[in-house]
Design a protein around this ligand. Structure first.
Ligand code: ATP
Length: 217
């Protein structure tokens, strides 16, 4: 069965935390591909100051040269809030039940999963791979509802994710990289460098387009 990782995000901007996590999961879960899916209108964040066109361009630059990584712009062409459940439905229409879809999520995002639109339907459409994010809240801070949800769907066996198309949750350890888009935006606003936090071609794009008030990245 084809096994596809899905990494949704604001990518405002994309950084090595995203890329390294995707690479490590591609390896540990033996993924056929990882799709990077920028959110046009993130439902749980203030509207990004940087347009979805720029954020997408940065994602495309960042994944250049990695044949396992794919850009997926389906949320950009939808009006209204970018709900993950609708993205998953659209992917299911495309792939049918023959593909295993694995939604990749930092632990910070998981603690708020029960606030997502139609959240209980998500697990019927995909598996979930949770990764621990440094400095984020951990399992203890899950609500009872989410703890039960995790318990009911949890598997220790990565192979299970290749044998069914949806319904399971795995937790994967990754190299902790304490990088966030927020910290990068703050650095750039102060005219500090964001080098070594993201690919050079993304830094060049930020400087050329003067995003995040960066005169020179
Ligand atoms: P912001 O700081 O603007 O909130 P972010 O750095 O959290 O942005 P997003 O685009 O919102 O980036 O993240 C997309 C996904 O990647 C989320 O599931 C998030 O948990 C995960 N993620 C982001 N940065 C890291 C990191 N350094 N390590 C592991 N996961 C990460």
């Amino acid at each position: 069965m084809q096994t596809i990782g899905l990494l949704g995000g604001t990518f405002n901007p994309i950084h090595f935390g995203h890329l390294r996590m995707a690479q490590e999961l591609a390896d540990s879960l033996s993924l056929s591909a990882v799709k990077f899916i920028p959110s046009a209108n993130p439902p749980h964040k203030p509207p990004p100051q940087v347009s979805s066109e720029h954020r997408s361009a940065m994602v495309q630059l960042a994944i250049t040269g990695n044949s396992q990584f794919q850009f997926d712009g389906r949320e950009l062409s939808r009006a209204g809030a970018s709900y993950t459940v609708e993205t998953l439905e659209s992917l299911r229409d495309e792939f049918g039940d023959s593909a295993s879809l694995i939604l990749i999520m930092g632990s910070d995002a998981f603690t708020k999963l029960n606030t997502w639109h139609r959240w209980q339907e998500l697990i019927q459409l995909c598996h979930i791979a949770l990764v621990q994010r440094p400095a984020s809240t951990n399992k203890e801070s899950l609500t009872k509802e989410l703890e039960t949800f995790l318990h009911n769907h949890y598997t220790e066996h990565v192979e299970d994710l290749h044998e069914s198309s949806a319904g399971l949750i795995t937790m994967q350890a990754i190299t902790p990289l304490e990088i966030s888009s927020t910290a990068i935006r703050q650095a750039l606003q102060l005219k500090h460098s964001a080098r070594y936090l993201m690919p050079e071609n993304v830094l060049d794009y930020i400087a050329a387009k003067q995003l995040f008030s960066a005169v020179s990245a």
